[in-house]
Design a protein around this ligand. Structure first.
Ligand code: MN
Length: 219
């Protein structure tokens, strides 16, 4: 029996919970088809590598340079697909429940790095709109708490470069095409309503300990 490396997480809300900003059919297909496919494909790739299967998805990406060459491209693509979607579901909440601004240390860091929340939102939106083809937009921090906006191609995750994500926005067409067609700008504008800043606050406070944990999980 191959080790089961990765289990598809359940959505933390109902399919229609993010409407009207993200429609139920999009969320159902996105989670139940796209994310599940990545999970299945990743497990298939890792099936012959039980040493890799015993680590968290974050640790896999953190240690990607140690993955055997013959499976590196697939581990990177499917592993990133799993980790990115898993985080994407976590940082969203129904609009009425989602915190609409950061507080505490993260709020201060955003003021310092970007000159205020409005300026940050504008810069992040620009990054999300500038992703060519398929990719993701992240707010990340390094171990010192320095913030960055990062756009990645395909399913790449900044953990591979040693930085942790506070939140992520899926910029693949499958994330918005049913409702918004080609209009990614309208999707991004609507998405801010369902981003739960409270999850980013929490992750910002815990990033140093998370990075320590991934270090310990080196294989
Ligand atoms: Mn997606």
């Amino acid at each position: 029996m191959p080790a089961i490396a990765y289990e598809l997480p359940e959505l933390p809300y109902d399919y229609d919970a993010l409407e009207p900003h993200i429609d139920a059919e999009t969320l159902r297909i996105h989670h139940d088809q796209h994310h599940r496919r990545y999970a299945n494909d990743l497990n298939e790739v890792l099936a012959d590598y039980p040493g890799l299967a015993n680590h968290s998805i974050e640790a896999l990406l953190w240690n990607l340079d140690r993955v055997p060459e013959e499976i590196y491209p697939l581990a990177r693509f499917y592993g990133g697909g799993c980790a990115n979607h898993q985080l994407f579901w976590k940082v969203m909440a129904p609009a009425l429940a989602a915190a609409d601004a950061p507080t505490g240390a993260l709020a201060d860091a955003i003021d310092e790095a970007f000159g205020g929340l409005d300026a940050f939102v504008e810069a992040f939106t620009d990054a999300a709109l500038s992703v060519f083809g398929s990719g993701w937009a992240f707010l990340t921090t390094d171990e010192e708490g320095t913030l960055r906006i990062e756009a990645t191609a395909n399913n790449d995750n900044p953990l591979t470069d040693g930085r942790g994500a506070l939140f992520v926005l899926d910029c693949w067409e499958h994330a918005y095409y049913l409702s918004y067609r080609h209009r990614r700008d309208e999707y991004v504008e609507a998405w801010w309503n369902v981003l739960d800043w409270a999850t980013a606050d929490d992750r910002y406070d815990r990033i140093p300990e998370s990075i320590e944990r991934f270090e310990r999980e080196r294989h």
